[in-house]
Design a protein around this ligand. Sequence first.
Ligand code: SF4
Ligand code: SF4
Ligand code: SF4
Length: 308
Amino acid sequence: MAVKVAQEWLNACSGCEVSIVDLGERLLDVLAVVEFVHSPVLMDHKYFGQLGNKTHLEIPEAVVGIVSGGVKNEEHLEVLHEMRKKCQVIVALGTCATHGGIPALANSYRNEEIVERYYSTETTDKPDAVPNEGIPALLDACYALDEKVKVDVYLPGCPPHPDQVFAALTALVGGKPLELPTKSVCDHCPTVREGKGQVKLVRRFLQPPFYKSPDEPLDKMRCLLEQGMLCMGPVTRAGCGGDQITPRCITARVPCRGCYGPVKQNGNQRLDMLNALASNGIDFRGIPETVTMLRFSGAHKLLRPPRR
Ligand code: SF4
Ligand code: SF4
Ligand code: SF4
């Protein structure tokens, strides 16, 4: 009998859902053993009954509940609680769900500043047209899912690689545990490492790395961190390369920005990277790119900065 799955997106961009669709033909294998009972990205299932005649938000019961995105407003929170109530297993899909992710950059600002920025700056069509109804109230911060409900399975990544999504769904419907990589992006990176202590200054992120030609294999290119680029590989969980193993950004000769979050779920990615830079004597002060290090860890309870 097919396993019932419900899926929801909260403070999300839909990239994680695209990763599900990116399963391609494997989606047919998944659909043979899974029955989606609720999924805004795949089907038209209404919160308040198909005719809109119910008074309470309702999501069907399911064995597996997949949730992407963090929690930033009261509607997100209500949907998340309903998912937790109706699903036996909650899967946090993507770094927004596991740690807050890019939307958690909002945690550096007060809600008034966010609303003003969205509705009232010179780039808005109708400045000052802030709606006063139909918009869910904002929470005081963007939260990772496990700050609001119990999460059973974490699948980080921005977005998670479709190979990992497939492996996760296969494991879950088969009642098996999901094993995430326990190593760092560096452990899956083929670039050449010659040793620490040779870089003193972080280079601007937009500067290209040094390599001889586009045809040069990655295992001939010097490690990007050792080239002075701010590569978060040492403090980021491996897995983004999927079955191909080689990290996605490194394949494009771009430094890792840390999108898979810390190597361990509750690790402190930001602090670990600052420690790595400092202990190697690398000066990163005054380089705007250091802000990108905060991007994927901004909402986690351990890391959220105090708001003014
Ligand atoms: S983790 Fe990345 S891809 Fe997924 S919803 Fe968040 S921003 Fe989008
Ligand atoms: S720091 Fe970056 S380039 Fe160097 S080994 Fe790690 S992931 Fe690869
Ligand atoms: S290399 Fe880093 S930033 Fe790029 S996809 Fe992998 S984990 Fe994410």
